[in-house]
Design a binder for this molecule. Sequence first.
Ligand SMILES: NC(=O)c1ccc[n+]([C@@H]2O[C@H](COP(=O)([O-])OP(=O)(O)OC[C@H]3O[C@@H](n4cnc5c(N)ncnc54)[C@H](O)[C@@H]3O)[C@@H](O)[C@H]2O)c1
Length: 368
Amino acid sequence: MPLIFALKDNFFPGLINSQEDLQANNTIPIEAAMRKIKFAIVGCGRIAQRHAEHINNNGVLVAVCDIVSEKAKAIGDKLNATAYQNIDDLLDNESDIDVVSVCSPNGLHASHTVKSLRAGCHVLCEKPMAINVHDCKEMIREAEKANRSLFCIKQNRFNPSVAAVKDALEKGILGRVYSVQLSCFWNRNADYYENSWKGTSDLDGGTLYTQFSHFIDLLYWMIGDVKRAYTLTANFAHKGIIDFEDTGVVAFEFYNGAIGTINYTVNSYNKNMEGSLTLFCEKGTVKIGGQYLNELEYQNIEGFEFKDLPQGNKPNNYGTYEGSMSNHDKVYENVVDVLLNGSPISTNPYEGLKTVEIISKIYQSAKS
Ligand SMILES: NC(=O)c1ccc[n+]([C@@H]2O[C@H](COP(=O)([O-])OP(=O)(O)OC[C@H]3O[C@@H](n4cnc5c(N)ncnc54)[C@H](O)[C@@H]3O)[C@@H](O)[C@H]2O)c1
């Protein structure tokens, strides 16, 4: 009996009706699996367009909300979803939403997630999970209390070169990691921050949160947790434009003894230049590069070669600037797979919290 409840709670509420359902084939009934998952989007800006597209491919968008009503209406009209101007009205009026996709500014992720969980919805939260560790813990606590799934987005993990190197690390092909170099050289000019939450300390939080949290996630995912960091930051070209640094250099040590450096900036002249991670390991050296960690630029490994890596997705293009590779298709496929088939969450909230914790550690050390 407890097993049934445990499984049932991990799946969709109401999808498993009896012990026989489970015993018959250990899967959910076919008619339930055919049911489309109902989604809502909170925050209808740039990344929400990507979400809407993949919701449409994987489920059904029933409601959207944005404090700017035209933005909610634009997506709502396109996909036949009801538009609201605030999250409370949306959650009060839409009782059968399965998943809320939180696409609002970073500093609102925690409150929007908690409200959605309390309303009984699963939540897919954009990166970064929040902009402080306390909020991440509250989000996890609420998810546990509500017995709902909380998904975080770390789509760079799906880049073919990243996934291949992670696999090689897990299989011991590269041996022990000695040291790493993470380079994040992007361009974000004044226009990008104009009339936006971006660049503000309360809603954005810092360049590592908005531009480079995907990259920090990969350090944690591929190598491990960061024990300590020594950081220098500066604002060279964005004084009076953003509340925090536009550039930083970090030296750090992992708990497993490996050491590394991060060199990051949004001052790459005129355009994004590079997003790369180089690993110096016992049995080989690899560099995942390109602008978005999308190419395997260098490899020299004892008795092994990465061959024929598939072409990844293109970067997200926002018109005047580009961001990380557009792997939201894989994110939504995972959401559906978790909710309908009980598969593991590809990025769970604990991992979302670890990214925020490492970034907090880096910023703390910049102050000391
Ligand atoms: N995974 C990725 O690759 C990726 C890429 C871009 C952005 N993001 C993340 O997605 C989030 C949104 O970023 P964006 O670039 O789309 O920003 P955006 O400014 O284009 O969109 C945010 C939207 O939220 C709305 N909003 C603000 N306060 C609100 C509230 N209280 N209730 C409802 N809506 C509200 C704004 O009006 C705006 O339309 C951020 O957390 C960002 O870090 C992730």
